[in-house]
Design a protein around this ligand. Structure first.
Ligand code: PRX
Length: 650
């Protein structure tokens, strides 16, 4: 297949054999359309409830939703114990592969024992239902165990991606009020141990809620130790009983907080609750990937520190009794075929990854996957950003062997689960488009006034009905929740922040963020957050940051800075210092690809920075309309400075 097939509207029909045995058929859309709440109610019945709900949805106080009102369940019991009780204790829950090549195989029975022990340990540390527990871990099984142990006792986990800085960890600990941090000495990345504990020590020193730090030994690096506060996981967890009776919690009991970037410098603590969340992640995992628990080997390549890891490494797969892969390291360690080696070794049948990874594989060349037996694969998934048709076709041909449907899933930290995607045994696929709202989901493309658009007209994506796994609020800030998502078109319409269009067939194409949020390798980073980090550096007076398109990472961070009078423009050296400063301040993913030192920034008469023009510069385009600038010669000044002060490679 070539790009021209796509341009001519070539579609990829659902493979016949898959369609014949698919978990869901085309009728699912009509069923959900007929009675949306009854549809979600039947999805909820796939779980085990200690007490049935009285009402499916309470939307009497929008945008504050309650799903499965009155229902009670235990999330960990649903993810682990019930499979053991049903006779599947010996089934593998995770094939874990460490980056250095060490492996662990964890069955559902073993997972149950580990979760019970960790739950008992947290209780011994005085953690109670409703308390927050921070998790700052590499991709090791204890990260999953810690999350499930929290869920089991009703504590709220708050996982922070291990690549984030101590500052980012500290602000999240403070905002959430976490009482315990679960971490490890370090993890393996790019062939070497990478420390985590020092960042925890720095973060905890600047906060006052943390009583204990529970440390898993992974790399055996030396660690600083604060007596009385720090505890080894193997000392505290290993000696606990493997018995723990799960308590049933309310369907709306908080399950976790996950911080994500918004349009201001302060990340938002997205709150997810229990019954509705598990209902939708479990159902979507089963339907979107056609998951067959007895035969599939499922692999989501994300890190557990992101929502994709929460929903599709932990909760969805476990609720469905899947056998999953969990891999600690990077794709090129120790060689560029590592992922394909893992697929071959474990017979992976479903692979869920991000376009940025596919584009990296494209750069490395098709010979790499061709060297491995990938014939076990039957369904592929994509998430995090729009997948360009070229990457789609490459993925389809070189990884999927031309036979695997690609499920492009649009969703967000806030939505908790898949919202717009084709279904593998149902939909004729159209490369580059996420296509169809998930059954039971209502998505529209509207103009600035909220009028629905069609016919290839670009507008804003909105969700017009509440859904079970929706965020319930921003932790500690109901007003910001309402303002950010539910004020533009009223309290019953969710504003996603994405541009979109519907084509003539009614298929939805996602077109990237419409706000000041960048998407770098499928990760959200706010322009304001990077700007405030830059101006916090003593050399910088003013900064403007834009996301410029990047062939591998989707967008790359480009910063324009004005130096303070006293600062020396030492050229490259200063640029490197500033890039490192941001990486240290926020995390390596926020490190600007390019920093340009300029004398002025383009501003409107009201003082707003015109990022559109800066983006034109960063993307080497002709400048757009400059008539609203206070001083249009500014742009020439910036352009004159261009090659000398830029730095792009790392
Ligand atoms: O812009 C959309 C993009 O990622 C944003 C959500 O980011 P985050 O909350 O970090 O969650 C990422 C994983 C779910 C969205 O607003 N996005 C995510 N998936 C897609 C996408 N854009 C287009 N197509 C997708 N499949």
């Amino acid at each position: 297949m070539s790009e021209s097939d796509v341009q001519e509207g070539h579609r990829f029909p659902a493979p016949e054999q898959l369609a014949a045995q698919a978990n869901v058929g085309a009728d699912v859309y009509a069923e959900a359309e007929r009675d949306r709440l009854a549809f979600w109610e039947s999805a909820a019945r796939r779980l085990s409830w200690a007490q049935e709900w009285d009402q499916v949805l309470d939307w009497s106080n929008p945008p504050f939703a309650k799903w499965f009102v009155g229902g009670k369940l235990n999330i960990a019991y649903n993810c682990v114990d019930r499979h053991v009780e049903d006779g599947h204790g010996e089934q593998v829950a995770y094939h874990w592969e460490g980056e250095p090549g060490d492996t662990r195989t964890i069955t559902y029975a073993q997972l149950k024992d580990e979760v019970c022990k960790a739950a008992n340990a947290l209780l011994e540390l005085g953690v109670q239902a409703g308390d927050r527990v921070a998790v700052y871990m590499p991709m090791i099984p204890e990260a999953v165990v810690a999350m499930l142990a929290c869920a089991r006792i009703g504590a709220v986990h708050m996982v922070v991606f291990g690549g984030f800085s101590s500052d980012a960890l500290a602000s999240r600990i403070t905002d959430s009020g976490a009482v315990v941090v679960v971490t490890s000495d370090g993890g393996y990345r790019r062939g070497a141990p990478s420390a985590l504990k020092p960042a925890v020590d720095e973060a905890v020193a600047r906060t006052d809620s943390v009583r204990n730090v529970l440390v898993v030994r992974r790399t055996e690096q030396d660690v600083e130790w604060t007596e009385g506060r720090d505890l080894w996981w193997h000392d505290v967890v290993d000696r606990q009983s493997t018995e723990h009776t799960p308590e049933a919690f309310d369907a709306e009991h908080p399950l976790y907080i996950m911080y994500t970037s918004g349009t201001t410098a302060k990340p938002k603590g997205i709150l997810h609750t229990s019954g509705g969340y598990l209902t939708q992640v479990a159902y979507s995992h089963w339907a979107s990937f056609d998951l067959k628990p007895d035969t599939d080997v499922f692999w989501t390549s994300a890190d557990i520190g992101w929502v994709t890891g929460h929903s599709y490494i932990v909760y969805g797969p476990l609720a469905n009794r899947a056998t999953s892969i969990m891999y600690e390291g990077t794709p090129e360690t120790p060689h560029r075929g590592r992922w394909f080696e893992i697929i071959e070794k474990y017979g992976v049948t479903i692979l869920y990854t991000a376009p940025t990874v596919i584009r990296t594989f494209m750069k490395w060349g098709e010979d790499v996957p061709a060297g491995f037996d990938l014939s076990s694969l039957r369904v592929l998934g994509s998430v995090g950003e729009p997948i360009n048709p070229e990457a789609w076709l490459w993925y389809h041909k070189n990884i999927g062997g031309g036979r695997c449907p690609i499920v492009d899933t649009w969703w967000q930290t806030e939505t908790g689960a898949h919202m717009i995607n084709p279904l593998p045994g149902v939909t004729d696929l159209k490369p580059g488009s996420a296509q169809t709202p998930f059954p039971g989901i209502s998505a529209k493309v509207v103009d600035d006034e909220g009028n629905e658009l069609g016919d290839d007209t670009t507008g804003l994506l909105v969700l017009t009905e509440p859904w079970p796994s929706m965020l319930r609020t921003i932790w500690g800030d109901d007003d910001r929740y309402v303002d950010t998502y539910w004020s533009r078109f009223g309290t019953e319409v969710y504003f996603a922040g994405d541009g979109a269009k519907k084509d003539d067939d009614g298929d939805i194409w996602l077109l990237g963020r419409v706000d000041d949020v960048m998407n770098v390798s499928g990760h959200r980073i706010s322009t304001t957050e990077v700007e405030s980090s830059l101006v916090a550096h003593p050399a910088v007076a003013e900064a403007a940051v834009v996301g410029a398109s990047d062939p591998t990472t989707g967008q790359g961070i480009v910063a324009f800075v004005i130096l303070r009078g006293s600062a020396e423009d030492s050229g490259d050296e200063l640029v490197q210092t500033l890039r490192t400063h941001v990486a240290r301040d926020i995390g390596p993913i926020a490190k600007p690809r390019q920093i340009m030192v300029v004398q002025e920034l383009p501003k409107t008469r009201s003082g707003k920075i015109m990022r559109r023009l800066l983006r034109d510069i960063a993307e080497n385009r002709e400048l757009g309309d400059v008539t609203t600038l206070t001083d249009s010669s500014v742009m020439n000044l910036i352009k004159d400075k261009l090659p000398a002060n830029s730095s792009s490679e790392d």
